[in-house]
Each structure stands twice: as C-alpha cells, then as structure tokens.
Design a protein around this ligand. Structure first.
Ligand code: NDP
Length: 403
C-alpha cells in the first residue's frame, strides 16, 4: 500500500494520525505536514510514545500549489488527507490533480473573505478528477461525515424513503473555561453566527442565527437546548436524498456560550471585515481566535460526552408504514483524551477521517471524480465505526423532533 500524507496539525489531525498509526496493516507509512512543523513533531512524538511508530514530518504552506506537488511526489503518497482549514481545500485539490493522487477532506471550501460554505466550488472539480482517473472524497468527518453515512445506512436498511430528517449535534462536555470553542474558533464562530437555513419542500428556508430552539433529552448528557443552524451536509443530503421533504440541523449551546457570543458579536469582535489598528489591517475574528483557548488545549480538562445522531422519518422498508428511527454515537471526552490526547470533538472528526482514508486505500470505496460520502456504500464504514472507537446504536422513535 502507498503512503498517506496528512495536511494540518490541529486536534482533528492529531486523532487521525494516532488512529492511522494504530492500524499499520492499512497505513504502513504516514507523512504529516503543516504550516508549523513543531506541531507536526509534537503529534509524531505522541504517536511514537503510544505506538512505537514513526511519522515523517514537514513544514508546508498548503496554499502554495507547486510546493504541495513537490511534497506529494517526495513522500510517494497515494492519498492526501486534508485536515487543515476549509480555506485550503481548493489549492490542495489542485495539487492532488497535478501530482496524480487521491484526495479526502472533512469540511467544504469556504472563501476567507466570505462566510459562505458551499459545495459548488469542489463539485466543479468532478470532471477533472474523473478524467485523471482520481477520486476525491468530500466530508469524511462526523458532521458532515458520519451523520451522512447514518442517513444512508437508514435508507439502505430501514426506510424505503426518507421524508423528514433531523441531525442532532450535542456536546455535553464541560471544559471549565468561561468561553471556548471545541474546534477551530474562527471556523466555529463563522458557522454559528451565520443565518440558519433548512431544507423544506424543495427550497432553503432562512431564519436569523440562533432564533429557533427546542429542548431535547440527550442520552448520557441530559436535557439541553438545541438551536437550528445551517450545516454543510444539508446541501449534499438534499442533493443525494432527493425525496427529502424537510431536513434540519440542530446544535446544543449552553446559556453561557450564547451570552458570551452575543456580547462578542455586539461589540464587533466576530466580524471578518478588516479593521485598521496601529497601522495594520487586522480581522477581529482572527484576533479573537488568537485570544481564545486553543481547542487542543481543552482535552485535559474536558469532562462529559458528545451525543451526535440522526432522526429520520419515512416509509419503512418492511412495508409496516411510516416509521421514525434514531441512530447515534455517544463519545466520552475523557476516554478520547486517554486514547489519543485529544477531546471528543477532535476524536469524533479524526476517527471518521481515518476510516474514510481506510475505505479508499483498502479499495472498499472506489470511484473516479469528486464524491460526497453519501454516495458510497455505508456498510463497511459503519463496521469500522464500531471497531475503531465510535460505536453506534439505532432505535425506533414515536416521531420526528417536535418543533
Ligand atoms: P485546527 O485549527 O486545530 O488545525 C488546523 C491546522 O491546519 C493547523 O495545524 C494549522 O496550522 C493548519 N493550517 C492552517 N493553514 C494552513 C496552511 N495554509 N498550510 C498548511 N497548514 C495550515 O483545526 P481542527 O483540527 O479543529 O480542524 C481541522 C479541520 O477539520 C477544519 O477544516 C475543520 O473545519 C474540520 N472539522 C470538521 C468537522 C466535521 O465533523 N466534519 C468537525 C470539526 C472540524 P497552524 O498550526 O500553524 O495554525
């Protein structure tokens, strides 16, 4: 098997690289490159201590396509796993095309100057990947990623059609800080301050950010307020599950998080418009991200569980009429930290990135072109979730989320 090259050295990358190292039969050779080499070296040192395996490290600016092409060729990689930021998706896709290797990511492209995450930029690469005989797999994290695979598993094994879909993302972890985001603060705040959007009767319905909330009792967490938001898998699910009448995404936030975010927004600290400060242009949100706790520093103190799942309603495959199923994973922050040195939000993204990469290098998933994870057979991925730290359960419910 060919080597794999991972780009980015944050929490998600750390989990993914550890998990790859735990599976030498699938990933015999691992290379890791990022903007700051010392972060790659720290991950490599932890992997060495935990598994005895070596990870080769490099410094790279992933937006420099010729340098990326050179690095891909030097490592002999057959697959690039992009765990940097959404801004780097397109240059990394360009580099993979030029070097003739496959591509995988966990988040769709977003231009730096516009908080607008949409798939069309990456879907536009389909013909070029197809013509080159290469595969690009988009969205192999938890959401997007596992939530899309959960949906397709229900569609394969339980429901003939899915009429209504709710994706529920609950982080019941407590990190002991006044305010912190559990993944990259800049990306996280851009996401939660954007207007909410859901799919209904063939069109997008937009509502103000954080304006729709409902309480839900999450197993292993307890009752929590969850807020309707836009999330990128809604776009691909609406495309690949065309019968969907309604699809919504919900995320839990505590009152303390909302209060801090509201103040920061009111004073302009979440803006992505440059501000002149002491003769230099600075972006308030980027400055805020620099001040906030680093997500990778939260692992040690975070206690509790995440609970992320999908509730789908539609016509049962067995002809028993309309049914609702709830499929979910519960992940412990403490257990994730003990295994890889990272909290559960990084863990629940890094493990599916490893599994998506395994699907591609093992040949379970093959294709020429650009694919969303919904287009692949969910079964081998679901088996690996159970075997590699993200076990799932499925149960029948009385009906969809009442709102
Ligand atoms: P971090 O900010 O912790 O890590 C990002 C890494 O990318 C950093 O090491 C950073 O370098 C590196 N990087 C940034 N710019 C460049 C560049 N130009 N060239 C090379 N490396 C670069 O983020 P996370 O680990 O939390 O998240 C990683 C990705 O996973 C993000 O795209 C995020 O959106 C996605 N994600 C997806 C989820 C899902 O469920 N699908 C959930 C959570 C995250 P430096 O260290 O120098 O800053």
């Amino acid at each position: 098997r060919k080597p794999v090259l991972v780009i980015g050295a944050g929490g998600v990358s750390s989990v993914c690289v550890h998990k790859m190292a735990f599976n030498p039969d699938i990933f015999p050779e691992i290379h890791l490159a990022s903007r700051t080499k010392s972060k790659c070296d720290a991950i490599a040192a932890s992997v060495k201590a935990r598994t005895g395996r070596n990870v080769a490290t490099y410094e790279i600016d992933a937006e420099e396509v010729p340098a990326m092409v050179g690095l891909i060729r030097k490592t002999g990689a057959g697959l690039v796993v992009n765990l940097a930021l959404p801004y780097q998706d397109l240059p990394i896709m360009d580099a993979c095309l030029e070097a003739g290797v496959d591509y995988l990511d966990t988040a769709n492209y977003e231009p730096k100057d516009e908080a607008k995450f949409e798939y069309h930029w990456q879907w536009a690469y389909h013909d070029r990947y197809k013509d080159a005989g290469l595969m690009a797999l988009l969205g192999s994290g938890f959401d997007p990623g596992v939530t899309s695979v959960f949906t397709m598993w229900l569609k394969k094994h339980k429901l003939k059609t899915i009429r209504q879909l709710d994706i529920l993302d609950c982080n019941g972890g407590d990190h002991g800080q006044h305010f912190a985001t559990n993944f990259n603060p800049e990306i996280n705040i851009r996401e939660v301050t954007a207007p909410a959007r859901h799919w209904e009767n063939g069109e997008w319905v937009e509502t103000p950010a954080m304006s729709n909330k409902v309480e839900f009792d999450f197993e292993a967490v307890g009752p929590k307020n969850m807020y309707m938001m836009y999330h990128e898998e809604l776009e691909s699910l609406a495309r690949f599950v065309p019968e969907l009448e309604r699809a919504r995404f919900w995320m839990t936030f505590g009152d303390q998080y909302i209060t801090h975010l509201t103040v920061l927004q009111n004073v302009g600290m979440t803006s992505i418009e440059p501000v002149r400060y002491q003769g230099k242009d600075i972006i308030p949100l980027q400055f805020l991200a620099a001040v906030l706790p680093k997500p990778e520093s939260l692992g040690e103190t975070t206690k509790g569980n995440t609970n992320i799942g999908v509730i789908a309603t539609g016509e049962a495959l067995d002809g028993s009429g309309e049914k609702t199923f709830y499929i979910k994973n519960i992940c412990s922050h403490e257990a994730a930290y003990e295994e890889t040195g990272n909290q559960a939000v990084s863990y629940t993204t890094g493990v599916p990135a490893m599994i998506g990469a395994a699907m591609m290098v093992r040949g379970d998933w093959q294709g020429e072109g650009v694919f969303n994870i919904e287009q692949m057979d969910p079964d081998p991925f679901m088996d690996m979730l159970n075997a590699h730290g993200l076990p799932w359960t499925v149960e029948e419910m009385d009906g969809p989320v009442a709102f």
